[in-house]
Write a protein that binds this ligand. Sequence first.
Ligand code: FAD
Length: 462
Amino acid sequence: GFTKHTKQECLDIAIVGGGLVGSLAALHMAKKGHKVSLYEYREDIRTAELVIGRSINLALSVRGRKALKEVGLEDKLLEHGIAMYARMIHNTDGTRNAIPYDRRNHQAIYSVGRKYLNEVLLTAAEKYPNINLNFNKKMVGGKVDKGEVTFIDTTNEEKKNIFADLIIGCDGAFSSVRREMLKRNGFNYSQTYIEHGYLELCIPPAADGGFQMPENYLHIWPRGKFMMIALPNQDRTWTVTLFMPFENFDSIKSSEELLKFFEIYFPDAIPLIGKERLVKDFFKIPAQHLIAVKCRPYHISSKCVLIGDAGHAVVPFYGQGMNAGFEDCSILTELFNKYGSDLEKILTEFSETRWIDAHAVCDLAMYNYIEMRDLVNKKSFLMRKALDDFLHWIAPSYWVPLYSSVSFTCMPYKKCIENREWQDRVLNKIFTVCSFIGVSSCLLGAIHLYNTYNTMEELSFN
Ligand code: FAD
């Protein structure tokens, strides 16, 4: 036989961005024995008084859980998270109906606080002697293909260059690392702003301190062109997010117009949020934009790679952005296991394989917005869901519905889409056959009636 030689050496790794993906990536790399320096633009989130950021809570699903488990943090986060086993659909007449995510195995997605999650990851990182955390460090440039990054210390404006064997860009959808890569040949990039924005509102706890709505659900108010959702928080509040075209946001200019709009579309939410709070929160900040980003490749030379939103920001409708970013960490770890510290091989394989799934989840997320805001209300959707559930129930490993494959398995995203495509083909065939049988039985029925009639006529003639 032959022996496999993999380069094994301790690398100097610089991580740019200490958000969710950056702090998890630090743990993954440190666990492999590398020396990690993390640079985050903001102050330490654990001591910051007010954190202005995107969504207050997020849905954590299986891919994210796996990557957390690999650094021993899954249980801690699940203990804190609130399981959501079903969508709870709110209709305009005040009625509600639940649609389980996974009727067969009762699996759930978990609502976790963004700040809590980031804090847990940073605190875990601090315990590693080979991780060095640096806050208030803003990347402003650098020759990333040479492993060089320039930071400014935001507390004293001091500029400093650092050098590393590998730079991992985890600095989010508006990545500075990516901006440097854009200047190099052979780097493809596209960004799309959707015409819908989002705005966050809050449902406070009930008078007795409990939740105002059943908590183990992701609540959805689907209204065709727009929708509102609510995810539970540990403190018994709900983070409510209204997604809507900007032109609709712009058309609401006064508190009267806002309340009228809510009375028409979300009447049951008014007493839950409270009129005063609704008006205050709605006009506090303008609706935020949503961006999707695709890149290919994710690396440049053997010195720099993008992961998380920096490489593939997606719209939030599948609850997969963070999960996909966490999955990047798992994949990098696997490649380090496979190739030791041979960065050329690791980064090349990461780029060659990951884009397919990252682009796929980007498309899936766009699709799910239509499903969430519109289709969930349609009979055809509920019929398909029932059929999917039934087939999943009789052939669990063969027939995995799209939502389950995305949220409850680590099946590559592209495969999830392909799976759905052959399932659609099978169902179409079944429908064709059924309608043929339907038509045939109608024909047979008609022939039978005709024959009976003729026989009767014959009888009456005789
Ligand atoms: P970020 O969270 O953006 O972190 C980037 C970090 O880099 C920040 O800390 C930033 O300060 C730092 N940084 C930026 N520039 C620099 C610089 N120049 N120098 C140094 N540091 C820098 N995903 C889910 O999986 N489930 C959900 O339910 C979900 N819901 C969402 C709801 C909304 C409304 C939105 C907008 C997104 C949602 N997402 C969800 C997506 C999720 O928020 C992102 O995918 C996730 O935050 C990506 O993490 P990240 O670390 O790559 O980027």
